[in-house]
Design a protein around this ligand. Sequence first.
Ligand SMILES: C[S@@+](CC[C@H](N)C(=O)[O-])C[C@H]1O[C@@H](n2cnc3c(N)ncnc32)[C@H](O)[C@@H]1O
Length: 272
Amino acid sequence: MHGFADVDSQSDPNSWVGVLDRLTTEPFYQAYQERVRELLHPTPGRRYVEVGAGTGASAARLRNEHDVSVATVDRSLTMTAAMQARGLTQCAVGDAHRLPFVDNSFDGAWADRTLQHVADPPAAIKELVRVVRPSGRIVLADPDYDTQVLDITDQNLARRVLRFRADVLLRNGTLAHQHAGLLATHGLVDVTVEPRTLLVRNPTAVDNVFGLRSWAATAAQRGALDPTEAHAFEDQFDEAVNANRFTYAVTFFLTAATVPSHGSARQENVRR
Ligand SMILES: C[S@@+](CC[C@H](N)C(=O)[O-])C[C@H]1O[C@@H](n2cnc3c(N)ncnc32)[C@H](O)[C@@H]1O
């Protein structure tokens, strides 16, 4: 299973803390995460929760920059220890499918690059909606790997490797464009979607573009690609880098919505 779906069972769980720390230094990540926090409409003194909070970098910024109270949930003990080391104090080890809070506990909740890893995204969304009070905010952010492009010579081979990444290496790698629909199903209102495209020209940036060069070898190990095709992918990848034409892009979707006030259809939808 992909590392972030079960960090603690990986051979070196702390290395995943390092992955998140490196991504946090990327301007693209800093900018879209700032927008995620804005979309929560943070108001001083109010209470927010991040589900799948990782190292808690964004949660700490929300708390420090908006004078709000922030709780975090993550299923990983390793990530929870990293959050506590960062000075976050309301850190629960828990599962997105069963949040350890009573109904209407928060003024807003967000999940940033978490739904792509969970076993049952609709159930996780239902939990986010349950714990947020009427008129509170929900924000979801994820890349949608159906939007990937890569410039190597053999575009068919590129598509097959990118498809493998989207469909096999992630549980829900192509769900982000459906977040708005899922939130609407719960009766949420004011649903907005903002696309943000991550464009990478430097193959060593964004943690080596998520390890992109190795995806073909992994596909070959799992029988999804012939080993000669995996070598061809690596050769063409290196060729693109050497020719200074390396280009990879994937679009993230930032989806936000408001929980309707009492007496609306939401109560029927959620509690059924
Ligand atoms: C890619 S990281 C993103 C972390 C953080 N949101 C950020 O923006 O840096 C995904 C996080 O979700 C957590 N996670 C994955 N599945 C989960 C689940 N079912 N319940 C709670 N957390 C989960 C992982 O442990 C990991 O910390």
